[in-house]
Design a protein around this ligand. Structure first.
Ligand code: VG1
Ligand code: CO
Length: 551
């Protein structure tokens, strides 16, 4: 088979963000764009050489528009770069956590995951690509920086000339000297889930009339949820909605939050006496790594979800021995810290993005990790894992025999409540967003010690992190304003968007008084919201009356 070396010129914008390289589909479709980035990945991880003999790569994506075309290109380039074998999900599909599972189980050199996660898809939507290392986790900054550097000097890429590999049925195919194994994308993952959770107890819960609704949002988790929730656990057919993956997610925004998962929210907050809302609701995102947990008429913030899972971890067989520690991203609330303290295990605070958890999990320092952005996971893989979180919750509910709301009330009664919310201002002009961040930083000089009503500023900083395992330092990870009582305001610019800038405002206040724990979060946080606006002048400067999304 013919290996061709194609001359190319570098693109200057192939810097991976919070989670891989994300651009408009049209950008990825422009000549050489995808190929350049893939060659930069191979050059970096293979150190500009060919793959070592016997190397296996895992490959799959969330099925969004351009997934199939990109898979074929990557297969041809993998063959040309000396890969011995590629494990590719049937139809080119692998959820992000399933890809992580496959990389680990089959001891792959690494994996390439095609996804722009929660970003919309379709011809006018977004596409994304990221590299995961042999531990199954997203490449750390050291590697993504090297990929970016390589992309800026690239003069050519290697690809074989060959027809498309048939991907719609499991089987093995030769592509030059490389073997392509088309694998069932669900089987390995489902088996791993059965090893962690008490499927018998969950089956009994569901058989007893407990009703659930899982919204796959026409994204990748449809087949996983049908197999695990309906087939293996016996939830009635129809418990999984929007379960057919579509290349454009049915025109929706596959982000499991109260705004975009509106169909599920309507079901869970329904008031029809003849047809009461289900006991449990959940949704997942484009690539299956995020989760939203709902009870009947009740929303669980992702920060609380992490804390509840930690506090109840030993109820699940896979965690019966207890947890080694917890890690959370900086903007995530400190609810998990309180649980860690009670359990006597360490809690780490990392920058935003799952890639910062990998070293801690590899070193055995933490078992559970979480982000406020609907991400929860554990060391069973090295990605956040949407269905895993859903199963953990079902396991907890099956053991405790309480409603979701009761579980939270009990939790807050013991640990207090970290009232939390995130306000996103999407699609701001880049200069404007940078200007607002600069303005906040400028205020740093006179903020410490200043009083705003009941709140006095204790300190403010630009969060930076030194990885306790490899000593690498990440700076500029979010502007924190922390008050004497531990309440916080954080400003941060998103690193996953493809249009303008998204400014995220994170708000957290601690409420120890059970009588006031029931108050709506936006009400409890009203004073902090006003302080954030006073400091940043966000509303006046952006001309926006309210955030695009509140979670
Ligand atoms: C967002 C979230 C972050 C998450 C990242 C990837 O990043 O805030 O917590 O790790 O998305 O999630 P940013 O930079 O836009 O705030 V996923 O499910 O899109 O891979
Ligand atoms: Co995702």
């Amino acid at each position: 088979m013919n290996i061709v070396t194609v001359a190319t010129t570098p693109f200057t914008d192939q810097k991976p963000g919070t989670s891989g390289l994300r651009k408009k589909v049209t950008v990825f479709q422009s000549p050489h764009y995808l190929e350049n980035f893939v060659q930069a990945v191979f050059d970096t991880v293979l150190d500009h050489a060919m793959a070592p003999p016997g190397s296996t790569l895992a490959l799959g994506g969330d099925g969004r528009y351009y997934n199939r075309e990109a898979i074929q290109v990557i297969l041809r380039m993998a063959a040309a770069n000396g890969m011995a074998r590629v494990l590719v999900g049937q139809g080119g599909i692998l959820s992000t956590p399933a890809a992580s599972c496959v990389i680990r189980k089959y001891k792959c050199l690494g994996g390439i995951i095609l996804s722009a996660s929660h970003n919309p898809g379709g011809p006018a939507g977004d596409f994304g690509i990221k590299y995961n290392t042999g531990n199954g986790g997203p490449a750390p900054e050291k590697i993504t920086d090297a990929i970016y550097a390589r992309s800026r000097e690239l003069g050519s890429y290697r690809i074989v000339e060959a027809p498309d590999v048939p991907l719609d049925r499991p089987g093995t195919h030769a592509l030059g000297a490389m073997q392509v194994e088309v694998i069932d994308p669900v089987a390995d993952y489902a088996e791993l889930m059965e090893s962690l959770f008490d499927f018998g107890a969950i089956r009994a819960l569901l058989a007893g009339g407990f009703r659930l609704c899982f919204d796959a949002m026409h994204a990748v988790t449809g087949p996983y949820a049908h197999e695990i929730l309906e087939r293996r656990l016996g939830a009635p057919a129809g418990s999984v909605i929007n379960g057919v993956p579509l290349a454009d997610f049915g025109g929706g925004h596959p982000d499991p939050n109260l705004t975009y998962a509106d169909q599920l929210v309507a079901i869970m907050y329904g008031n029809d006496i003849a047809n009461p809302a289900p006991d449990f609701g959940a949704a997942s995102d484009g690539d299956g790594d995020r989760n939203m947990i709902l009870g009947r008429h009740f929303f669980v913030t992702p920060s609380d979800s992490l804390a509840v899972i930690a506090a109840n971890a030993t109820l699940a067989p896979g965690y019966a021995q207890g947890i080694a520690g917890i890690a959370r991203s900086m903007p995530t609330s400190a609810a998990a810290d309180r649980v860690a303290e009670k359990l006597g295990v360490p809690c780490f605070e990392t920058p935003t993005g799952w890639k910062f958890f990998g070293n801690l999990m590899d070193a055995g320092k933490v078992t559970l990790c979480g982000e406020e952005s609907f991400g929860t996971g554990s060391s069973h893989v090295r990605e956040k894992d949407g269905l895993w979180a859903v199963l953990f919750w079902l396991n907890i509910l099956a053991s405790r025999r309480q409603s979701v709301e009761q579980v939270l009330q009990d939790h807050w009664a013991v640990f207090g409540r970290n009232v939390y919310s995130r306000h996103d201002y999407e699609g701001l002009p880049l200069d404007l967003a940078n200007g607002i961040m600069a303005q906040v930083k400028e205020r740093y000089r006179d903020l410490p010690g200043r009083r705003f009503g009941d709140y006095t500023v204790k300190f403010c900083d630009d969060f930076s992190y030194t990885d306790p395992i490899d000593g690498s330092v990440s700076t500029g990870q979010g502007l924190r304003i922390v008050f004497e009582d531990g309440s916080r305001i954080v400003f941060r610019l998103s690193g996953t968007g493809t249009e303008g800038a998204t400014l995220r405002l994170y708000l957290e206040a601690f409420e120890a008084d059970p009588a006031r724990q029931q108050v709506d979060a936006q009400q409890s946080l009203a004073a902090l919201i006003a302080i954030a606006d006073e400091i940043s002048q966000l509303k006046a400067r952006s001309g926006r009356e309210r955030p695009t999304v509140i979670t």
